[in-house]
Design a protein around this ligand. Sequence first.
Ligand code: DON
Length: 311
Amino acid sequence: MLDTLIADIAARMATAPDRGQVARYIPELAKVSPAHFGIAVVTADGREHVAGDADLSFSIQSVSKVFALVEALQAHGERVWQRVGREPSGSAFNSIIQLELEQGRPRNPFINAGAIAVTDLIAEGNEPREGIGAILRLVRSLAGDDTINVDGAVAYSEAATGFRNAALANYMRSFGMIAGPVETTLQVYFHQCAIAMSCRQLARAGRFLMHAGRCPTSGKPIVSPERARRIAALMLTCGHYDASGEFAFEVGLPAKSGVGGGILAIAPGRASIAVWSPGLSPQGNSLLGTKALEELSRAMGWNVFNPPPAC
Ligand code: DON
C-alpha cells in the first residue's frame, strides 16, 4: 500500500505545473532544475520505500541544522540553551529583526542566526575542517553511509555571497553570543549546509528520531529519549520558520526544511521520511515536498495529534 501510495504521489508531483521558485540567492542552487521530485520513507521495521528521484543527491541546506543541534547537544549538553531559545520566530529564516530586541540570543536553533550560534559551539577552539568533520561524521554514522560528503561548489558559492549570514554572525558576536572567530564559524556553517544527500540517505539519517533517539541498527542511544522528543518539538514548532504553524496545521509532523528543497519529517514510532523538490514557497520551504507530505500523512494517518489506536 505504501509503495503504491508514494509511487502515485511521485508521479503526480513530477508533472505538477506549479512548482515554486528554486533558491536564487545561492548562485549554485539556482542551477538546479525544478523538475525533480523524490521521496524516501523508512518505516519502523527498517523497510525502505522510495519513488521518483529518491537516489539523486541534493543540497540539504537547513536540514543540516538538526544534525548540528544533535552534535552540539552531544558535545556541550544543556549549555546549548544559553546560546539559543526554543520559541518559534514568526520571521523569515534569515531575519535579523529580533536579535537587537533580544540581546543577540536567537529565538531557536533552526533560524539562520540560531543555527550559526549552535555551529559556533561546535567550531569553538577548532579549525573549520575539524568542526565540519564532526558534523559530517555524525551524519555519515546516522545514515550508515561513508560516501556522504560536502558539495564544495555549493559551500564556495554560499561563502562568496553569504553577506546576510555574515551580518547575523557579526551582530551576535557583538553581544558575545558567538565566541569564536566569525570567519571560522561561518566556514563550518556554510559547509554543513552544503552537505549533499539523497532522499534515501536523509531518511536513513532521521531514523533515530522515530526510534526515541536510538540508533536502529546498534540500539545505542544517539540522544536520550527526552532529547529526541525535544528536538522533534522544535522541528514541529520552528522547522518551517514563518510557515511552521501552517505545516503543523496541514501535516502535523515534526519536520525540517532546507532551501535546497529537501524536507526531513518524522512520524514518531512509525517512519522517517525525506522528500525533495527544489522549487520553494515564498517562505523558502519546498512547495511540492510540503504537498507530498500533506498527502502522505493524511493517507497513512501519520500525524502526532492523532490519538493512539486504543482511544
Ligand atoms: O544560510 C542559508 O541561508 C542557507 N545555507 C540555509 C537556509 C535554509 O535552508 C532555509 N530553509 N528553508
